[in-house]
Write a protein that binds this ligand. Structure first.
Ligand code: F6P
Length: 321
């Protein structure tokens, strides 16, 4: 049954490309003659009834911008049945018949609860720099974040080399090591520490000293935040190797910036798919990519399964280090 009014929202940690995805949802819905509402600040805004009807001009000058014009937030109230009921009633009061959620694991889980508890049609898009959503090898913003990190690694190599230092760089990813693994390989790191793979600190320090004594000017160690704290690791490495060691925690710079072509293109493709699906009555799916093609994943499968790190990446990192 064709919907007359849908809504779109961004939720969880923002990521570059969320605006491109939301823009595609809005433009596609309006092209199909369907009203589209924008919910501000994620589930917090849904509960506070902070939403507005959007026009094609609401998403002008948007595709190149990082962040999310709708705003995002984390909401503890939404974790309560009362909060979810308030949110659903607000959607219904505006005649909204389906919701597109652009967000990560936690946000999509929230959507699955709205679907289960109120029968609200939900279509999800994987919006997070972590690339940790099950069923898709792509999430909106991960490519831009990876490029930001590799740019930082290139700069850090210069100063590590100048001072003959060990540079330990902490990257985001929540509990996933994908960002660290991809950027560690692309950035030519000597070591990449991720939560999914055990590492031997003593043998790493022994090897660092050995290479240093053979004349190697510097080493780069990329650490996923889910593996350990780079600051703590830096202290131990410097003590055990007696080599000048510095730490850079890249932090929130990884979440910003103008989205890459890949993120703009894939976010736009997913946004169009999501709008057409929710309008035509499809529900409880997440659209993602597999081997370069758009795929649809069952929403409950996406939120109830944990994505694993590609062992091929782990093997390659070992060979190239
Ligand atoms: O999920 C995206 C992410 O950037 C994670 O990589 C990071 O651990 C988390 O968000 C930080 O959350 P917040 O923005 O709430 O501090």
């Amino acid at each position: 049954m064709i919907k007359k009014a849908i809504a779109v929202m961004t939720s969880g940690g923002d990521s570059p490309g969320m605006n491109a995805a939301a823009r595609a949802v809005v433009r596609t819905a309006l092209y199909e003659g369907v009203e589209v509402w924008g919910i501000h600040n994620g589930y917090r805004g849904m509960i506070k009834d902070d939403m507005e009807k959007l026009t094609r001009f609401s998403v002008s000058d948007m595709i190149q911008r990082g962040g999310t014009f709708l705003g995002t937030a984390r909401s503890s109230e939404f974790k309560t049945p009362e909060g979810r009921k308030k949110a659903f009633d607000n959607l219904r009061s505006h005649g909204i018949e389906g919701l597109v959620i652009i967000g990560g694991d936690g946000s999509l889980t929230g959507g699955s609860m709205l679907s289960k508890e109120f029968g609200l049609p939900i279509v999800g898009l994987p919006g997070t720099i972590d690339n940790d959503v099950w069923g898709t090898d792509y999430t909106i913003g991960a490519d831009t974040a990876a490029n930001t990190i590799v740019d930082a690694l290139n700069k850090l190599r210069d100063t590590a080399s100048a001072h003959r230092r060990i540079m330990i760089v902490e990257v985001m990813g929540h509990k996933s090591g994908w960002l660290a693994m991809m950027t560690g390989i692309a950035g030519g790191a000597e070591y990449i520490l991720v939560p999914e793979v055990k590492y031997d600190l003593d043998s790493m320090c022994h090897e660092l000293v050995e290479m240093y004594e053979k004349g190697k000017r510097y080493s780069i160690i990329v650490v996923a935040e889910g593996a350990c704290s780079a600051i703590g690791l830096g202290k131990v490495v410097e003590q055990q190797t007696n080599i000048d060691t510095r730490v850079s925690v890249l932090g929130y710079i990884q979440r910003g910036g103008s989205p890459t072509v890949e993120d703009r293109m894939k976010a736009s493709m997913l946004g169009e798919k999501a709008a057409l699906a929710i309008i035509s009555g499809i529900s409880n799916v997440v659209f993602g990519f597999d081997m370069g093609k758009v795929v649809s994943i069952n929403l409950f499968d996406a939120v109830n399964n944990k994505k694993t790190l590609d062992p091929e990446l782990v093997r390659l990192a070992r060979v190239l280090a």
